[in-house]
Design a protein around this ligand. Sequence first.
Ligand code: ZN
Ligand code: FE
Length: 250
Amino acid sequence: MSITIHQFPCLSDNYGFLVRDDATGQAACIDTPDAAAILRELNSLGWTLTHILNTHWHPDHAGGNAEIKAATGCTVVGPAEVERIGTAPDQVVADGDVVMLGETTFAVLDTGGHTLGHVSYVDAADDVAFVGDTLFALGCGRLFEGTPQQMWTSLAKLTALPDQTAVYCAHEYTASNARFALSVDADPALKARADTIFAAREKGEWTVPTSIGLEKATNPFLRAPLLRPDIADPAEAFGAVRAAKDSFQG
Ligand code: ZN
Ligand code: FE
């Protein structure tokens, strides 16, 4: 069992991801930030798209569905909320479902909080997770629709994955996340990681994918209970760090 992942920048700060199941050649795109860019990349790789896997309904994640489906005839898989951008998915998925891409199995996790119906796709055999706007390198999604409790529960599902799991987040927000992280956490491991991130971004290098182990060690949202020992409830401690980021002027 193996997959090949092709990553490319889209729009101002999104990443596009194309995934091919090597055994069968079936290919999926994770979200559809930019239909033209995705179709161009598919063409240059010579891959045939069979699936779109949407994480949530936001236009920078599902806005290209209609154009890509029209061009390729692929099957659109996503949470029911994707209907909000105009067309319902062909296959609606929810927590506990499984999506097959050829011989590759993606487990669907409900990771609501950024939006209510946000899902993540986990290929445990290959230690890969596509997490949309739930978890970012040194960050997490803004709570547009959900509560701190809901997002904390969602993040806990991701941190329960093995440390070596590669985390494909949907945006390159890492340098800005690092500036906030340094403002709330003096941990030396964070400082070292932030230095690496600033140097990488200076050279235009990508900081995605990250890993579950790296995020557990340095992400201030996951470390919220440690950073806010004054708040007994972990979800409330998370909510306090999230609120601080929302008003952070970095
Ligand atoms: Zn979003
Ligand atoms: Fe987004």
